[in-house]
Design a protein around this ligand. Sequence first.
Ligand code: GDP
Length: 487
Amino acid sequence: LQRDQNPKDSVDVSLLGGLLVPGFNKDMCLSRYQSHLYRKASPYKPSSYLISKLRAYEELHKRCGPGTKPYSNAERLLKPKQTGDPEPEGCKYVVWMEFSGLGNRIISIASAFLYAMLTDRVLLVEGGEQFSDLFCEPFLDTTWLLPKDFTLANQFTGFAQHSPRCHGEMLKRKLINGSSVLSLSYLYLHLAHDYNDHDKMFFCEEDQSLLKNVPWLIMRTNNFFAPSLFLIPSFEEELGLMFPEKGTVFHHLGRYLFHPSNHVWGLITRYYNAYLAKADERIGLQIRVFDEKSGVSPHVTKQILSCVQNEELLPKLSKPGEEQHKQPSEDEEEGSKLKAVLITSLTTGYYEILKTMYWENPTVTRDVIGIHQPSHEGHQQTEKLMHNRKAWAEMYLLSLTDKLVISAWSTFGYVAQGLGGLRAWILYKQENQTSLMNPPCGRAMSPDPCFHAPPYYDCKAKKGIDTGSVVPHVRHCEDISWGLKLV
Ligand code: GDP
């Protein structure tokens, strides 16, 4: 806290401009109160409408969350011998099922939360101990964790695209209509990357009005599906009020929901203070190699170097011999900056190359470049706790950098970009290993993630359309031509 700062301003800063509420136990979740010490204030302000929606949601969650009477009433509807119809005034829920890698989880939970806010449902997440080990509770005096003894929990593994209670499957069999839906206590929504045209009807107005009547929606998703919610007429106006700056949905909701637990906050702050704090500039470089066996590819190395050097994120190296002609004057020495590069990758190949390059050679700007990589886990190990803690810490550390380079297609990178409110440089995916990408990278249009598997359907006209050209703020992604993103 700076001395000339008004205490009210500092409260405002630590609560992210009204996004967060005070009142949580500070020791239980240090990151909630300390994150503003590590990251710059966001260039994007949450709208007052979004803030009021969040406050209303918090009330709803407190009233209907696990352990409350409305929760028990709603859960009773799921018991096999339940009698009577769902209460018209009862609470309604959307349950997010555990699925996929951590980046996918984070962006899909944010989408499910947005959907919950739009439909006055309570979001509950399945995740067990792992989840509470990684994240703090986002809502005051209640929990977002689905209780372990949830009535349908032992059926979750059986929920799939063709299970009888799957929304898409029931549509296919013509079992869903205005009256049949009234007797359903729950439906399974298959919204994962491999979903089919029937499942995609979720994004149609007509289906949304049917789903309104179902108290429990159990959702399996690994996508950031928010862009397609902007194309549903009944949500459009409200979304416009919540997010006047469209491409900041994940930025705000991500900062609102995902606070690293104290374990993870320790990983983040120790690393930051040891390797990044003293630098004049921090550069994040996320290298996601999807084919883990391939090792270092000369083309990818070239791509990374031409991206960071052409975009002037890192300086070029002096040519051999050049550096000996002239010793830097004191002024020049003083003007040189320390740039800390944070690399995240499952392997060490690219880190070794960059580190050696900037150690063995001076730079043309005389800037000094420190290259750091916290871990090299080899491959994805989502079942392991420490592995996930590191993955989460690294996404968060990347989000604290001043300039960020991320890999195409990777939700890990999207999370870093979104939380940071950054428009990253995206390293385009190499089509094949034999030619160099040109250009090697490009700037993201907005900090929001890409929806990798959007529907291409005009629900009204009942025919296929390009959903990336319906409204100006929902466009195709920089890194995936068929994806959709908010800009
Ligand atoms: P995506 O597959 O890139 O979209 O990202 P996900 O986060 O959904 O899944 C990839 C998973 O692999 C991560 O959650 C980590 O478990 C692991 N992983 C991938 N890249 C890294 C990395 O740079 N650092 C660490 N620590 N883990 C990584």
